[in-house]
Design a protein around this ligand. Structure first.
Ligand SMILES: *Cc1c(COP(=O)(O)O)cnc(C)c1O
Length: 409
């Protein structure tokens, strides 16, 4: 479990009165073992580099692990979201409701199909899309909702599914953070609606780059065809023993397929997944124990009916307790050699969306305020106990150094 600390010994040196790590702690280092490396070598030696037997096996294993009705391995989650919109027939003139508290990919794909993104604010505790705000924004043009399981905490699927059913619109899940999450005891991705997972290098399960789309076998058949040029048969079945050379292009598809080299990594990441998730939870418990009682911090909450996949540990600062703002807090952490990030710069602040739709921060008060107070602390199973202790110590040290003094009466 501790591959990271072996590669980068986290020995500390004392400079002046401050404890400094020797190595900069990168925000999110993947945990890759010898099994992944050996399987990649085997895939390369097998002579089959692109989509083939390892990809099929990875899809099958993913289905079993997360009770998905069917799965399609892709070269990214973004590709999965794009295909989901295509399969749902979303196009020009349609509106898609989504959240500002996400990575731009969730919204860019709506532009890619020529539809209009309609952003609604998030819930204050989970920072997930607010079902009540979704309901208020449904119009006759609404075709789909893209719900992002922010930081690994599932959205309120029951409420969103009910809305989708009532209004005859599609629910698409951006499950980039939610591999392994459950809602009412049921795995995210096990529904018949489309859900897109990410295996980007920083995600809970990685293939370097990659993604998986889950959903009903029917919808995934269409997505599979679109994922490889719109060809009626895939290369593997055409060229393997007994295959045929003939194919048809039934729609102008895309080039979104996963390679067997990526799947080789994924097969072993999936085996390692329960242990990696257990380590994430351990780290979260340590962070919570250190920060939860302090009025300067708002720690992430998990609603009782879900299992959080803990992709991110998003600590929110209370400015009333601190004499520095979030940006300065991050600079202080960087000086102490702790890498952090911010998830996310909300969509309404990006120039394209801001300019195109005239979006204002006041339209999304919760997402906007959360953005200004949040820091994502390092959270990966590659962290050693010493790494975690260093993060906690640095954070508490900064908090103590920049305590907001009460004004004298
Ligand atoms: C990472 C991420 C994506 C994109 O995933 P890729 O696999 O890099 O395409 C989409 N949505 C969210 C919320 C993400 O964090």
């Amino acid at each position: 479990m501790d591959g990271g600390s072996r590669a980068h010994p986290a020995s500390n040196v004392c400079t002046e009165d401050r404890l400094l790590r020797e190595e900069f702690l990168t925000f999110s280092r993947p945990l890759i073992g010898q099994e992944e490396i050996d399987e990649v070598v085997s895939a390369m030696q097998s002579g089959w580099l692109t989509t083939g037997p390892r990809t099929r096996q990875f899809e099958q294993n993913f289905c079993e692990a997360f009770s998905a009705p069917a799965a399609l391995a892709l070269n990214s989650c973004t590709a999965g979201l794009h295909l989901a919109l295509k399969v749902c027939g979303v196009g020009p003139g349609d509106e898609v409701i989504t959240t500002p508290m996400t990575f731009a990919a969730s919204v860019n794909v709506i532009e890619h199909v020529g539809a209009t993104p309609v952003l609604v604010d998030v819930e204050p505790d989970t920072l997930n899309i607010d079902p009540a705000a979704v309901e208020r924004s449904i119009t006759p043009r609404t075709r789909a909702i893209i719900a992002v399981h922010y930081a690994g905490h599932p959205v309120e699927l029951d409420q969103l599914r009910a809305l989708a059913e009532e209004h005859q619109i599609h629910l698409i899940e951006d499950a980039a953070h939610a591999t392994g999450a459950t809602y009412n005891g049921i795995a995210v991705g096990s529904g018949s609606n489309l859900a897109a997972f990410s295996f980007y290098a920083t995600k809970n399960l990685t293939t370097g780059e990659g993604g998986m789309l889950t959903g009903s076998a029917d919808m995934l058949d269409q997505a599979r065809q679109l994922s490889l040029h719109g060809m009626s048969r895939e290369a593997w079945s055409r060229y393997s023993a007994g295959g045929k050379w003939a194919y048809d292009i039934s729609a102008p598809g895309f080039k979104y397929n996963m390679t067997d080299i990526q799947a080789a990594i994924g097969l072993h990441q999936l085996q390692r997944f329960p242990a990696m998730q257990a380590r994430r939870r351990q780290i979260v418990e340590k962070y919570n124990a250190a920060f939860a009682g302090d009025p300067a911090f708002q720690v992430p909450t998990t609603r009782p009916h879900v299992d959080n996949a803990w992709h991110l540990y998003v600590l929110r600062l209370r400015e009333s307790e601190l004499s520095i703002d979030r940006n300065q807090f991050i600079e202080e952490l960087t000086e102490r050699r702790i890498g952090t990030s911010v998830h996310f710069i909300p969509i309404h602040l990006h120039s394209f969306y801001h300019n195109r739709y005239g979006l204002r921060p006041e339209q999304f008060p919760i997402a906007d305020a959360a953005f200004r107070s949040m820091i994502s602390l390092p959270l990966t199973p590659a962290l050693s106990d010493q790494d975690v202790a260093d993060v906690i110590e640095a954070t508490l040290e900064i908090r103590a150094a920049y305590r907001r003094r009460l004004r004298a009466a």
